[in-house]
Design a protein. Sequence first.
Length: 483
Amino acid sequence: MILPGRGVAVDREHRAEIRRLLRPDEVQRRISTLLQHDQMRLAHVFDESEVHELCEELEIPFRDRNFTPAVTLGLFVAQTLSRGYACSTMMTTFNRERKRQHLAPVCEDASAYCKARARLPVELIDRLSGRIHAIVDEKTPQQWIWRGRNVSLVDGFVLRAPDTEANQAGYPQPSSQKEGLGFPQVRVLVTTSLATGCITHYNTARVEGKRTGEATLFRQKHVVFGAGDVIVGDSNFESFHDVALLKHQGADIVFCINGSRNSPLQGPCDTIDEEIVTLRKPAMNPARFTIGQWQALPETLDYRIIRYEVTGRNEVLTIVTTLLDKQLFPAEDVAELYGFRWDVELDIGCFKTTMRASNLRCHTPENLDREIAVSVLAYNLVRVLMNDAAMVLECHPRELSFSHSRDAWIAFSDELETSHDMMWIILSASSRFVRDRPGRQEPRAIKRRHATKYAQLKEPRPSRAARMANATPVSAMKPRSSA
């Protein structure tokens, strides 16, 4: 896999060479070659006719007026990516587009557009989003994939919604807050692809504690994983129950060890330690299983436990995996794979911060579900652009800036007919590289002197040269087996 590991310096000479090749004529030539070989995903993004064909397939009735499902969805996606635009602003944008098409203007009262948004079925949006990441997955080159396995990163987060009576009924505020002093909250669990960055699956729930947590939402999505998949997640997802269900479907896991589980690896760690252990089925607990679920669990599970020191930090990490073959999956490679778990945090950051989706806007639970679904669709459309830009530049899509790619999509996505059109959007999306942070270890403190939950910075942050000098990649460590 060509994606540099966490704490490993990128190939700066290769990036300098890429920047030298970022000439419009060379980029357009490469795009033309990829189009000839049907490797440009932008050429397969759905158009208006495909949206309406899917409406007919799903038996969704609509009238051919100003705000058809395709037009409404296009405006909704643009509004989601901009986040700063109100519905009335989108009406101005719509009239500008109608002027370009030599059509008559429509009234800029946004009520018709808002009603059209409320008619969009979530199933339609999710099906289109599924088509997008299926197109991306189909054209993913092998050099982006970890050891030929489809790696999925899983994590959850919470979004805040407007404080309306309907939202409080559908997604209530935390019970610890007094009535009228909190906001409705929506828990979201996402699975993203390590190779492409797309959100492959998601689901939502109320934030009410037991049976609505991340582990429960993850269990609801077990059916989407199959043979050859590897799921990477934090300790919240590590349990005998979940691992057994995933192994039954042929999937493997790489999780941080759960805090309730004792590790057989003790003492100081100056290298990579590993041991294969056999876990027995937990006792029957009505709070965790039904009788049927407990009886379906295997009597034992084989775990491979790996312990190592985190690159650039004075911290020892213990992970568990069902990748038991030490020859095919060396301990240092599995440790490096778990280091990529942080990418799902960055993906969530792109979704919540860059797209400003952390504070939802709709006033009913049904429209909140639509807003989240459209946000996932918009996010995946930006990832399509990043994957195509990476193909043109011969790098990994996670080395490109999501923020710049989003700006490029907003500016140029309305014209993607020719290789010349695509050249403009690819050049804009590839204007900034990221991920060059070797051995990064920063104090959790900020410079700004005002009231905040973070501590105040008392000393300068280490320079890049100092971080590189202290960086020790996991691959440089020698494994030591204790069993």
